[in-house]
Design a protein around this ligand. Structure first.
Ligand code: TNX
Length: 544
C-alpha cells in the first residue's frame, strides 16, 4: 500500500507492487502513464520513472522556506510514519535523505514538479497549494515492500497541473446532519484526490445547521424536526423522534481552518428564497402568510418560501449573510435559488405590490429581483454569489456564477452570456443516485450514475466557443442526503465516484481507453482508503 495515514502493515497488493518496482527497466520508461503498482489518482500530466527505488530510512534533512512550514510539517510527519527510524545498513540504501520544498511562481499556481532520486526529494510548486499537491503524489508513490518491512520510493520525475480550477464536492447536512469529526475525515479524502472545493449545503427545508448569533431561533427551532418521515426509513428512525443538530460558529471556523490547511476552500450555501421552511419555522413572520410553520418532515419542494415583498426578509438575510461572511474568508457564497414555487408570491399582497412597484412582469422576475438584491449586498461586501441554474430565469444577476444541475443547458446559457459556470448535471454528478444495478444496494433516491459514467463525463459542454469554454470553471459531485443517514453511507456513495471525477477535473477529459488503467489504480487506492477507515463501494473494484 502507499504510505498515507497508516503505519507499516501487510497489504496483499504491496507484493505485486514490489515485484514491479524491482522489474525490468522497460516497465519504467513509459512516459505519461502511472507506473503499475502506484495508486496515484488523479493521474499526473507527465511522468518519467527511472530504474530502481530507495528505502525510506534514517533522518530527513528538510529545507523549506518559512512560507511552506505547513507543507514541511506534513512531510515530516509522513516521514516519521513511513521511514525506518534507524537505518538498516544491510539494505545498502541511503542512510540519510534530503528533501527540498520551494515555490517557483513560473509554474501554474496549483502545479508542481517533483523529482525523487536515491535519497533525495525535490519538490517545487507554483504556490504552497502546488507544493501540497506534489506531496499528495509523493505520499501515494511510497510503496510498501512487505518482505523487508520497509517503504520504498521509485526514482521519478513528475510535472503536473490541474485541468480545471474548480474541483468540488458538495455535501447536504440539512436532510441529515453530519458532525465535525466526520467532516474532517471527509476533507482528508477530498485533499487526497486533489479536490479544492467543499460546497457545504447548510440550510434547507428540513434543518438549519449554522449558528447565527443574531437569530438564535434558527438553530434552536430550525435545527430540529420531529414526527414521522416519509420514505423507507420512516418507522425505523423518525416516528416520534426529534432529529437535528447544528454547527456552532466555533465549529464552523474549525472546519474552515481544517479545510484551508488542505487547500480546500469552503463555499457555504444558504438557501433562498425557496427551500427555507426551517428558517420560516423559526421566524414565520418572514413567510407570505405569516402563520406558524413546521420544519419539514418529508422530502420535496414546499410552497412556503421567503416573502419577497417584505423588506424585513432582506434585512434578515443580510444580517445572516454578514455573520456568514465573517466566518468564511473565501470569495464565494452560494445562495441557492433552486426550486422556488411561486404559489405564495402570486397570492401575497406584499409580493404583488412589489412586482407592481418594481415593474416586474411576473413572479419569475420577482425571483430575479430577489437574487439580484442579495447579489448587490454580497458584491458590496467583496463577495461573489453562486446560484443553482434557476437563477437564470427572469434575468441573471450581473456577476453571478451558475451551478448547472438540470442538465447542461444552464451552464451553457451562463457561459454564452458572459457568466462563469460550474457543471453539476444530475447525470452523472449526482452521487445520491444508484451506482450499480445489483441487489442489496443501499436505498438511493433513484437514477443510475455508475462510476464509469462519471469517469467519461465531459465537463465542457459541446457548442461553446473557446472564449465561452473558459467560463466553465469545473465541476462537482453532489451528495444530497435524503436517504443517507450515516457517514458510512455517505462514503459508500462518494467512493469511487469522487475519485473518478477528481481525475476528470485534474487530468482532463478521459476516454474509454483510459478506464482500465483508472480501475487498476482505483483498486489499489480503494484499499488505501479502506485502510484509513473509509467505506468504498465495491462493484468494479471486486470485479477483476
Ligand atoms: C434536487 S439539485 C435538489 C435537492 C434534492 C436533490 C435530490 C437542487 C438544486 N435541488 O433539493 O435534494 O434534487 O437529488
Amino acid at each position: 500500500m502507499a504510505c498515507r495515514f497508516t503505519s507499516l502493515k501487510f497489504v496483499g497488493h504491496a507484493l505485486l507492487a514490489w515485484a514491479i518496482l524491482c522489474g525490468p527497466a522497460s516497465l519504467w520508461s513509459q512516459n505519461n502513464a502511472v507506473p503499475p503498482g502506484l495508486p496515484v489518482i488523479p493521474a499526473p500530466a507527465s511522468w518519467n520513472v527511472g530504474n530502481g527505488s530507495a528505502v525510506l530510512q534514517g533522518t530527513l534533512n528538510l529545507k523549506a522556506p518559512a512560507a511552506l512550514e505547513r507543507e514541511a510539517q506534513l512531510l515530516r510527519s509522513w516521514w516519521s510514519r513511513c521511514s525506518l527510524p534507524a537505518p538498516r545498513t544491510a539494505l545498502q540504501q541511503p542512510e540519510e535523505w534530503s528533501a527540498q520544498l520551494s515555490v517557483d511562481v513560473s509554474l501554474p499556481a496549483e502545479g508542481y514538479k517533483l523529482r525523487v532520486q536515491s535519497g533525495k526529494i525535490m519538490l517545487e510548486g507554483g504556490s504552497d497549494a502546488g507544493v501540497f499537491y506534489g506531496l499528495q503524489t509523493l505520499f501515494l508513490c511510497a510503496v510498501e515492500d512487505t518482505a523487508a518491512a520497509v517503504y520504498r520510493l521509485p526514482k521519478l520525475e513528475v510535472e503536473d497541473r490541474p485541468a480545471f480550477a474548480y474541483r468540488g464536492m458538495h455535501l447536504d447536512v440539512s436532510r441529515h446532519f453530519f458532525g465535525v469529526e466526520f467532516l474532517k475525515k471527509h476533507l482528508d479524502a477530498l485533499a487526497r484526490a486533489k479536490m479544492n472545493t467543499f460546497h457545504w449545503h447548510l440550510t434547507d427545508d428540513q434543518g438549519w445547521r449554522i449558528e447565527i448569533k443574531k437569530y438564535p431561533l434558527l438553530t434552536q427551532v430550525g435545527g430540529w424536526r420531529s414526527g414521522s418521515q416519509q420514505g423507507p426509513y420512516s418507522l425505523q428512525y423518525f416516528d416520534t423522534l426529534r432529529y437535528g443538530g447544528f454547527y456552532t460558529q466555533e465549529e464552523i471556523r474549525e472546519v474552515v481552518a481544517y479545510a484551508a490547511e488542505r487547500h480546500i476552500r469552503v463555499i457555504p450555501e444558504l438557501e433562498m428564497p425557496g427551500h427555507a421552511l426551517a428558517a420560516l419555522a423559526a421566524y414565520p413572520e418572514l413567510s407570505c402568510r405569516q402563520k406558524p410553520l413546521e420544519v419539514a418532515r418529508g422530502w420535496g419542494v414546499f410552497d412556503d418560501v421567503f416573502c419577497a415583498g417584505n423588506d424585513s426578509t432582506f434585512a434578515f438575510l443580510e444580517n445572516v449573510l454578514a455573520e456568514v461572511f465573517a466566518l468564511f474568508p473565501g470569495e464565494y457564497v452560494h445562495i441557492g435559488g433552486d426550486e422556488c414555487p411561486k404559489t405564495r408570491w402570486n397570492e401575497c399582497a406584499r409580493c404583488t405590490a412589489r412586482m407592481r412597484a418594481e415593474g416586474l412582469k411576473d413572479a419569475h422576475e420577482l425571483q430575479s429581483y430577489f437574487i439580484q438584491r442579495m447579489e448587490r449586498f454580497a458584491n458590496n461586501r467583496g463577495k461573489k454569489i453562486i446560484g443553482w441554474d434557476e437563477i437564470l430565469e427572469g434575468g441573471l444577476a450581473p456577476n453571478a456564477t451558475v451551478m448547472s444541475w438540470r442538465g447542461e443547458e444552464g451552464g451553457k446559457a451562463a457561459a454564452k452570456s458572459g457568466h462563469n459556470a460550474i457543471m453539476t448535471p444530475g447525470k452523472p454528478c449526482y452521487f445520491d443516485h444508484y451506482q450499480a444495478k445489483v441487489d442489496g444496494e443501499p436505498h438511493a433516491i433513484g437514477g443510475y450514475n455508475p462510476v464509469e459514467a462519471v469517469y467519461l463525463y465531459s465537463v465542457v459542454p459541446d457548442g461553446l466557443s473557446p472564449e465561452e469554454q473558459k467560463r466553465i470553471l469545473g465541476s462537482q459531485g453532489n451528495v444530497w442526503t435524503e436517504y443517507m443517514l450515516t457517514p458510512d453511507h455517505v462514503e459508500y456513495m462518494m467512493h469511487p465516484r469522487m475519485e473518478a471525477l477528481a481525475e476528470v477535473l485534474w487530468t482532463g477529459p478521459r476516454k474509454p481507453e483510459h478506464l482500465p488503467d483508472f480501475q487498476r489504480r482505483m483498486r489499489l487506492y480503494a484499499r488505501d482508503l479502506e485502510r484509513s477507515g473509509y467505506r468504498v463501494a465495491p462493484h468494479f473494484l471486486n470485479s477483476k
